[in-house]
Design a binder for this molecule. Structure first.
Ligand code: ZN
Length: 87
């Protein structure tokens, strides 16, 4: 039984939203991955097992509880992104 960090799901959702909503944010895979890794490194992980039948309820609860922390890290990660020439 493996544990899964649900913060990954929540951060991924926030990232997708911000990348599609803000065209100043680079939408390439490299920048996405950099922001993803940086945000996850800076917030506490929240592990659940796939046994958890109520996983979606847990995700919803954590999303609400942690939203200000995640958004703060998201903004920081966006600021830290170095502009790079398009490949
Ligand atoms: Zn990029």
């Amino acid at each position: 039984m493996k544990a899964h960090n649900i913060m990954e799901d929540i951060v991924e959702e926030y990232l997708k939203e911000i990348i599609s909503a803000d065209n100043k944010v680079c939408n390439c895979e490299l920048c996405h991955d950099k922001m993803f890794a940086e945000i996850l490194s800076n917030i506490p992980a929240k592990y659940v097992t796939s046994e958890t039948g109520a996983m979606y309820a847990v995700i919803e609860q954590v999303r609400v509880e942690q939203s200000s922390v995640i958004l703060k890290e998201l903004v920081k990660a966006m600021k830290n992104l170095k502009p790079h020439p398009k490949a």
